[in-house]
Design a protein. Structure first.
Length: 758
C-alpha cells in the first residue's frame, strides 16, 4: 500500500490558485455557496388559514418572511374553517394577484398549490363550511369510481337467471370451486338479465361493476377527468396571472392524490378497453383473482390488473398535471399518500412509476412518526431511474418532538433535514408558515413569530440554501449497489381480502388474516435498504423492473443504467424478497452474473413469472445458478467469469455485510460504520461531490476513503467557508484502484461537503 501525503498549507494554496478557474463554467462556486442567491432559498407552504385573509395582512408578512426567516417564496394553501374570501372568487384572486406583485418586487417565487386544503382534485369540496364541491357539481360522472363485486354460489346443472347490479358492467364470470375453471359469461347477458345454463359442479357467479363512488374528487385514473380539474383550477390562475408564469410562478404542487379512497377499490369504467389496447386480450376472467385464488395464474393475473391500475394512476393525475405545467412554462411537483405502504397497490399502485411522468418527484415527511424516511430512497431512485434533476419533500408538518410530546426540537429538525439530503431529496419544502399563527392546525409554525424557532430559523434556511446550491445542480448519482424494486411480487401478493382492503401505513395488516400477514412478513425490500445504509454504510439505487429491461445494459462485470444525465454503473445487484419476477428481468440478472457481476437474493427466491404460463422458465433460470439450493443457501457461488451469486434466507445487515464485504469488492465510499453517518455521492460538471451528514447527537470523528485519486476541499454548509484539507492517496491491491483518504469531524447534527478540484 503506497501513501501520498500533501501538507495542508500546500493544498490550501492550490485551492486558492485554482478557485477562480474551477468556478468558471461550473454549476456552483464558493461565492454562490457562501451567499446563496434567493432562488435557492427554501419556499415553505403558507397556509392562509381559518380566518378572513386580507390583502394588507398578506403583504405585511411577505417581506418579514424573506428578511427574518430566509424564505425565498411560498406555496399558498387556502385552508380551514371560516376561510374567506371564497376560494377562486374574484376577491380571492385579487388578493392572490397582489401577493404575486409583491413577490415580484421582493424577488420571491410562488408555487401554485392546486386545491383548497387537500387532497387535490375536488376544486374546493373540502373547504369546511363552503358546501360547494365544484368538480362534482360540474362533472359528477367523472368523479372517483369504485369496483364492486356481487356474487352467488350455486350448484349445477340448472338454468340460472339473475338481474345484473347497477353501474357499468365490467364483466360476469363463473368459477368452479374445485377446478378453478373460469368462464366469461358476459355474453349471456341481455336487457340487464343474465341467463346461463350452469354445468355440473359448484359454481361462484360473480358480477363486476364499476360505479360512481360518491367521493367528490376527480377520477384519478382518467386523464380526461384530470384535464377538467386543471381547467377549473390551473386555467383560472393562468387566465388571471399569465404574466407571472415562468418567472414569479415557477411551478405547480399537488397534494395527496391516492387510490386508497373508494373503499380501496378505485377503478375506472374504461379499464377493460385500456387493458385490451395494451395487452391485446380481455381481462374479464382475471377479475376474480383480485379477491380469490384462481389457481396457478393467480399472481400473474393480479400483476396485470393491479399493475395497469398503477400505470393508469401515474398517467392519469401526475402526468396530466405535469403536461399542463410544462406547456405553461413551469415545473410540477407533488406527492401521494401514504407513501409508507409496503404493498403500494391501494395507494400509488407503484410508488416508483408514479413519478415517471412528473418533473419533480415528491414525498412528505409529516404526521407523527410515520416512517417516510424508509421510503425516501424509492422516490429519489425514481428520479434517478427516469433522469429527473430535483426531488421534493414536504417536511415537518404535524410532527411531534421525537423524545417527548410537544413541538419539534431543533435537533429533530436538523436530523430530519440531514437524513433527507443524504437520501437524495434536494428540495425541502418546510411545513409550514401560517397566516394566522394563533390558529395553527398542524404544528410547527415555522416563522419568526414563533419564539421556539425565531433565533435560529434563518441559520437553518441559509443552511438549506447552501445544500440546494450544490445538490440542486444536477449531475449523476454514484452507487455500486442496485436493488430491484420488487413491484411484481408486491402486486402478486395483494388482493381485496375484505370489502375494504389493507390500509395500514406499515403495509397493512389485519391480525385475523393469516395468509396476508404471512406474505407481508416476507417483504423485505425496505429493510434491505435500511440495512445497506445504516448497517453497512453503502448507498444504493432502487431500480424499477421496467428500467432494468429498457435502460440497463451489461458491460463487462457491471450493470449500467443508461441515462443522458444520470448514468450509473453497478457492481452488485440485490433482489430482495420476490416470489415473482418478470422473465425478462431474470434473464438480465442471470446475464449480469454470467458476465462477472455479483447477484444477491434475499428471503424468497423467484418461483413465478409475472407473465402467465412461464413459471417453469423462471424455475429453470434460478436452478441454473442454484442447482442445489437447499445445500448452498449461505454459500457464495462463483462462475468461470468471476460472477458471484448468493441466496440469504435472512437479508439483515450482518448477513448482507458478510456477503458484500466478503466478495472482494472495494466500494465507492467507506468509513467506520456508524448509523448516524450518511452520505450521497454525485458527479456534477465532471467533478466528484460528496455530502456527509451526522444525523445524531454524538460528535463523530472518522477517516473516510473515496474511490479515485483526487484533491479535495471541505465546504461547510453551516458557515459557507470553503478550504483545502489534508488527504492521502491509498493504492489498493486491486489493479488500477487508487483511493483518497481524509478525515471527517462532524459535530452533532452537522454536515460537510467534500468537493473535488479538477
Amino acid at each position: 500500500m503506497r501513501k501520498f501525503k500533501f501538507p495542508l498549507v500546500l493544498i490550501f494554496a492550490i485551492s486558492l490558485l485554482f478557485q477562480s478557474f474551477n468556478s468558471a463554467g461550473q454549476s456552483f462556486s464558493p461565492e454562490k455557496f457562501a451567499n446563496p442567491p434567493i432562488q435557492y432559498w427554501p419556499r415553505p407552504l403558507w397556509f392562509w388559514n381559518n380566518t378572513e385573509v386580507t390583502e394588507n395582512g398578506v403583504l405585511q408578512l411577505m417581506q418579514a418572511m424573506r428578511d427574518k426567516c430566509g424564505y425565498g417564496g411560498f406555496g399558498v394553501v387556502p385552508f380551514g374553517n371560516n376561510f374567506k374570501p371564497e376560494y377562486l372568487s374574484e376577491d380571492y384572486l385579487k388578493i392572490y394577484g397582489a401577493m404575486l406583485a409583491k413577490a415580484k418586487e421582493l424577488g420571491l417565487t410562488i408555487s401554485l398549490y392546486d386545491e383548497f386544503g387537500f387532497p387535490s382534485g375536488s376544486v374546493g369540496a373540502f373547504a369546511e363550511g363552503d358546501g360547494k364541491p365544484r368538480f362534482q357539481q360540474k362533472y359528477s360522472d367523472m368523479t372517483i369510481q369504485r369496483l364492486d363485486k356481487a356474487e352467488e354460489e350455486i350448484t349445477g346443472p340448472l338454468a340460472y337467471k339473475k338481474k345484473i347490479p347497477g353501474g357499468k358492467l365490467m364483466g360476469a364470470v363463473a368459477m368452479e370451486a374445485e377446478s378453478k375453471e373460469r368462464v366469461d359469461i358476459t355474453g349471456s347477458i341481455a336487457d340487464g338479465m343474465l341467463n346461463w345454463n350452469v354445468p355440473s359442479g359448484r359454481w361462484k357467479i360473480m358480477f363486476f361493476n364499476c360505479v360512481i363512488d360518491g367521493n367528490p374528487l376527480a377520477d384519478y385514473l382518467n386523464p380526461e377527468a384530470v384535464s377538467h380539474f386543471t381547467k377549473m383550477v390551473h386555467d383560472v390562475y393562468y387566465e388571471h396571472f399569465k404574466e407571472y408564469f415562468g418567472t414569479v410562478i415557477y411551478g405547480t404542487f399537488f397534494d395527496e392524490p391516492s387510490m386508497y379512497r373508494a373503499d380501496f377499490r378505485m377503478w375506472t369504467d374504461s379499464f377493460n378497453e385500456k387493458f385490451i389496447e395494451k395487452y391485446g386480450f380481455n381481462p374479464v376472467t382475471m377479475y376474480p383473482a383480485m379477491w380469490y385464488d384462481i389457481g396457478p395464474v393467480t399472481e400473474s393475473a393480479r400483476n396485470y390488473l393491479f399493475g395497469l391500475r398503477g400505470e393508469l394512476f401515474a398517467r392519469g393525475f401526475p402526468r396530466v398535471v405535469n403536461e399542463w405545467s410544462v406547456s405553461h412554462g413551469i415545473t410540477a411537483t407533488g406527492h401521494i399518500a401514504p407513501e409508507e405502504a409496503l404493498i403500494p397497490a391501494n395507494s400509488s399502485g407503484d410508488l416508483m412509476q408514479t413519478f415517471k411522468y412528473l418533473d419533480i418527484p415528491g414525498i412528505d415527511k409529516i404526521g407523527g412518526h410515520r416512517p417516510a424516511e424508509n421510503f425516501y430512497k424509492l422516490v429519489s431512485s425514481s428520479a434517478y431511474n427516469w433522469d429527473k434533476k430535483l426531488v421534493m419533500s414536504e417536511t415537518f408538518g404535524a410532527m411531534p418532538n421525537y423524545e417527548e410530546p410537544g413541538d419539534l426540537t431543533w435537533n429533530d429538525i436538523w436530523s430530519v433535514a440531514n437524513d433527507q439530503y443524504t437520501k437524495g431529496i434536494n428540495m425541502l419544502i418546510p411545513h409550514a408558515v401560517w397566516y394566522d399563527n394563533t390558529k395553527v392546525t398542524y404544528k410547527p409554525e415555522l416563522s419568526y413569530r414563533n419564539p421556539l424557532y425565531a433565533d435560529s430559523l434563518k441559520a437553518f434556511t441559509t443552511y438549506l440554501s447552501r445544500l440546494n446550491v450544490i445538490l440542486q445542480a444536477g449531475g449523476r448519482h454514484v452507487a455500486d449497489v442496485a436493488v430491484l424494486y420488487p413491484v411484481h411480487s408486491l402486486l402478486g401478493d395483494h388482493y381485496f381480502y375484505t370489502e375494504t382492503g389493507p390500509a395500514n401505513v406499515d403495509g397493512f395488516v389485519d391480525p385475523n388474516n393469516q395468509f396476508y400477514n404471512e406474505a407481508v412478513s416476507k417483504i423485505d425490500y425496505v429493510n434491505v435498504g435500511i440495512s445497506l445504509l445504516n448497517g453497512n454504510g453503502l448507498d444504493f439505487t432502487y431500480v424499477h423492473p421496467d428500467v432494468l429491461d429498457e435502460k440497463c445494459v451489461i458491460s463487462g462485470n457491471r450493470l449500467e443504467l443508461k441515462n443522458s444525465v444520470n448514468s450509473e454503473s453497478f457492481r452488485v445487484l440485490i433482489l430482495p424478497s420476490c416470489s415473482m419476477i418478470s422473465l425478462s428481468n431474470l434473464v438480465k440478472v442471470i446475464e449480469f452474473y454470467n458476465s462477472g457481476g455479483l447477484i444477491l437474493f434475499t428471503t424468497r427466491l423467484p418461483q413465478k413469472s409475472s407473465e402467465p404460463g412461464r413459471d417453469r422458465e423462471v424455475d429453470s433460470l434460478i436452478r441454473s445458478v442454484f442447482p442445489k439450493l437447499e445445500d448452498d443457501a449461505w454459500v457464495m457461488l462463483e462462475n468461470k467469469m468471476g460472477g458471484k451469486a448468493c441466496f440469504l434466507p435472512d437479508g439483515d445487515a450482518i448477513n448482507l455485510s458478510e456477503i458484500l464485504f466478503g466478495s472482494g469488492l472495494e466500494y465507492d465510499v467507506s468509513y467506520s460504520l456508524n448509523a448516524d453517518i450518511q452520505y450521497i455521492h454525485k458527479v456534477i460538471d465532471g467533478r466528484n461531490v460528496y455530502f456527509f451528514a451526522n444525523k445524531g447527537k454524538s460528535h463523530i470523528q472518522t477517516d473516510v476513503t473515496v474511490r479515485g485519486k483526487m484533491t479535495l476541499e471541505m465546504w461547510d454548509p453551516h458557515t459557507g467557508v470553503t478550504g483545502g484539507i489534508s488527504s492521502e492517496f491509498v493504492k489498493k491491491d486491486i489493479p488500477e484502484q487508487v483511493f483518497t483518504r481524509t478525515k471527517l469531524d462532524l459535530k452533532p447534527y452537522h454536515s460537510c461537503f467534500l468537493v473535488e478540484y479538477l
